[in-house]
Design a binder for this molecule. Sequence first.
Ligand SMILES: [Zn+2]
Length: 236
Amino acid sequence: MTGPDDDGAHAGGPAGSPYGDPAGDAATTDAFALPGVPDPFERLWNPHRMAYIQAGPDQVTDEHTCPFCAAPARDDESSLIVHRGATCFVILNLYPYNPGHLLVCPYRHIPMYTDATAEETREMADLAQTAMLAFEAATRPKGYNLGMNQGVAGGAGIAAHLHQHVVPRWTGDGNFLPIIAHTKNMSQTLGQTREILARVWPQAAAEHAARRERNTQAASSAPTGTDAPRTPGASA
Ligand SMILES: [Zn+2]
């Protein structure tokens, strides 16, 4: 896309443009010629991710090169493991987007969510919920990002081993510092964060069980899928 008055032969900015080579990025991001309508997306500035991208999809190929397979063999402190479940464990991200950034991983070296057993799927969800309650007890975030990046093209840093992100958020945490100063405001070491979350984890697990009981009772009187109007012609 170029500016409306572009003749196709020259798409760069004026001489001396800070956008540099007219044949390069300036051809598509000429701020002098375009109307400059902003899109609605926020930007997450994570230059350290380039190490994963440049290493390519073969950086972790099997259990022997996989950090998520190696971590449970070490002690909790050195591996930054917060909690060990039956089929999944909770570990701090070495490259956090935000303080407290956790990962919930199955022990098995499986790449995709669709490879998880019913028990692994259930425990991943339980541990993500419990992690949120651990944050509530420890640091009271104002919001969360939860998600799974699937495959290299889907943004997974270690695509070979399934992991779910739990990122606590505070109002204003994505401020200007990382952008103008290449500086992220980390108020604790990873070791301190692990210790605090591990300490409140039993309390969070008890709260999770209590909330599950209340939620199950509340849901027992709510409409279910079998109560919904059916599409004409759909089989029962
Ligand atoms: Zn693995």
